[in-house]
Design a protein around this ligand. Structure first.
Ligand code: SF4
Length: 383
């Protein structure tokens, strides 16, 4: 580790002077690029974790005349369609069912109610911190059927896969998962394939990249000609990534090509985590049937379990909800546009009025990684 990283590490990646040094380098560069482009530089932070870092440390306001931050789709709760919640509630009408879920997801609105509201009506919904917690819940309740609501991008997919493998090895017959994971690379292809979204570069997600590595992003530089920097989540990480993106953009304006860079090298490897990727390949297969909030139906965005694990697939075991697409029209159209970076949360007419964290209309206002929740947390009801 070099001297710079020692300084960064000892400050917890939050040293004020080091941050100021980066701000001093970014400010003139962003202004210069603004002049050259004739508009602010457009940077998408793919991950909701980065959105919260931008807001929490005020980074979004430091360069607001020269850099426009566009919030990306990388919040696993935000992309959940209402039909997923409806499906869980349909299963919960069976008294033997225990639905195990991460905390964020239980507040996502369904067509008639959230999982939290279903719990208030007597249905058994348990908040867990890992799929392994859900498996242990099944072992403790052999007379019940425990269904784990398996959400998340590639970050959480390995832990679900390993839990399914463990359930199979231990022959736990009353445990299953509802696989509504979503994979990042096809999701990015949907976003980048939308010609109405204009970008100069992307801040890449650190956690997903710990699993998949940096190599799968090469197409962003090679096919779309966009700089891409995988970033950590501390303020120094985000500022340095921003600086790296702007330097690349300047080089590109002078004729250089785009490239993928790794600011988060202390945690992310080029080829990712081999064990995690192996478990994912063993357990999952792409599936096309789901409609994702903002992304629509897409061939390979979602996954399901490989047929050999059907006994652990709740959809296969208990049957899919028959009216699975009826509810999608109820989700505010603005949520789709915010997820795709076409509109900011403050441009949604529901923001801070009919949609607040206490009474959310969409998952973006619920999740700890949601763009609307970040705006509300740091800006309040009016912006
Ligand atoms: S403010 Fe509410 S309705 Fe509007 S985009 Fe955000 S979550 Fe959706």
């Amino acid at each position: 580790m070099n001297t710079q990283h020692n300084d960064w590490l000892s400050s917890g990646f939050k040293d004020a002077q080091l941050m100021q040094n980066l701000v001093n380098k970014i400010t003139p560069l962003a202004n210069e690029l603004h002049q050259q482009l004739g508009r602010p530089v457009q940077i998408m932070e793919v991950c909701g974790g980065h959105t919260h870092t931008l807001f929490r440390y005020g980074i979004n306001t430091l360069f607001e005349r020269d850099i426009e931050f566009i919030h990306g789709p990388g919040c696993p709760v935000c992309v959940l369609p209402r039909e997923v919640i409806d499906q869980c509630i349909a299963w919960l009408t069976n008294d033997t069912c225990i639905l195990a879920s991460f905390g964020d997801a239980i507040r996502v609105p369904g067509t008639t109610m959230s999982l939290q509201q279903a719990r208030a009506q007597g249905r058994r919904v348990e908040v867990v911190y890992s799929p392994l917690d859900a498996l242990n819940l099944a072992k403790k309740n052999p007379d019940k059927e425990v269904i784990f609501l398996a959400i998340g991008f590639d970050t959480t997919m390995p832990s679900t896969a390993l839990t399914v493998l463990q359930a199979a090895a231990q022959n736990v017959t009353n445990f299953s998962v509802y696989p509504v994971h979503i994979t990042l690379i096809p999701t990015l292809k949907v976003v980048l394939g939308d010609s109405s979204i204009m970008l100069d570069g992307l801040i890449g997600p650190g956690h997903v990249s710990m699993v998949i590595g940096t190599k799968p992003y090469d197409f962003i530089a090679n096919e779309y000609g966009l700089p891409f920097v995988v970033a950590g989540f501390e303020p120094l990480d985000v500022l340095q990534s921003l600086y790296m993106l702007l330097v690349q953009k300047k080089q590109m304006l002078a004729g250089a090509g785009a490239r993928v860079e790794n600011q988060y090298a202390r945690a992310v490897l080029t080829h990712g985590n081999a064990n995690a990727l192996r478990a994912m390949a063993q357990v999952y297969t792409p599936q096309s049937k789901s409609i994702w909030q903002g992304l629509g139906a897409n061939q390979e965005v979602g996954v399901t379990l490989q047929p050999e694990y059907n006994q652990f697939n709740a959809e296969f075991k208990f049957g899919a909800y028959q009216c699975e697409r009826e509810s999608t029209h109820l989700t505010p159209i603005y949520c789709d546009q915010v997820i795709m970076g076409k509109r900011s949360p403050s441009q949604c007419p529901n923001y801070g009025k009919t949609c607040t964290p206490q009474s959310p209309l969409g998952a973006l206002m619920v999740s700890s990684e949601g763009a609307c929740a970040a705006w509300y947390l740091y800006n309040g009801a009016t912006v």
